[in-house]
Design a protein. Structure first.
Length: 202
């Protein structure tokens, strides 16, 4: 049973995905959210690994096995009660990710040959900046302090997210502004393809 004060580790992710493979018959899972940093850094800061839910989905068929994973390994499941952490199967359509994120996935073999595909932390950070929740901002601040996240990289990639509008992009940039070494170009929209912005006209 993992204590509430212990950070999540790659071994925890490995155990959870191994169990997910058994109930879903999938062997490749995309890992999103806060715990994606586990796939990028050997020893990430505690502030980035205290989440107890692993956002994940089967790579090849995200909708398949959703119910099986949620009921067997999700919140308040027997697995959760015995291990202290749980799976949170998600839909990739709900993620705010920049174009090209698939090419930056970090692939790590885990228990039983199950493959974990970790979304790169700078890509994950875009959705967190958009939400701006206190726990999301703490995650970002810790990542920047440790050199795991790069403010300029996040700012550039935010402009490459299909489906966010101009106000959302400006909101992300404003939340990044305190961490940038220079404010030059904060209002420059040249990185963002206009076709990705929703119209603001009636």
């Amino acid at each position: 049973m993992k204590s509430a004060t212990d950070p999540m580790l790659l071994d925890d992710v490995s155990e959870l995905l191994f169990e997910a493979a058994k109930v879903s018959n999938h062997r490749r899972f995309v890992v999103a959210g806060s715990l994606s940093v586990i796939g990028a850094v050997m020893t990430p800061p505690r502030e980035m690994t205290m989440s107890r839910d692993l956002d994940m989905y089967p790579e090849l068929d995200p909708g398949r096995g959703f119910q099986e994973i949620a009921s067997n390994l999700g919140e308040n499941s027997a697995f959760h009660k015995s291990r202290g952490f749980y799976a949170d199967p998600i839909s990739p359509q709900l993620l705010a990710l920049p174009d090209g994120w698939e090419g930056r996935l970090g692939q790590i073999p885990t228990k039983g040959g199950v493959i974990a595909l970790f979304i790169e932390p700078n890509d994950v950070a875009i959705g967190k900046l958009l939400r701006g929740n206190p726990n999301d901002m703490r995650w970002i601040e810790a990542g920047i302090a440790e050199g795991i996240l790069n403010p300029d990289t996040m700012r550039h990639r935010a402009a490459l997210v299909t489906g966010i509008d101009f106000e959302e992009l400006q909101l992300i940039r404003s939340r990044l502004a305190p961490y940038l070494t220079s404010s030059d170009g904060l209002d420059d929209e040249s990185e963002a393809p206009a076709k990705s912005w929703r119209s603001h006209t009636p």
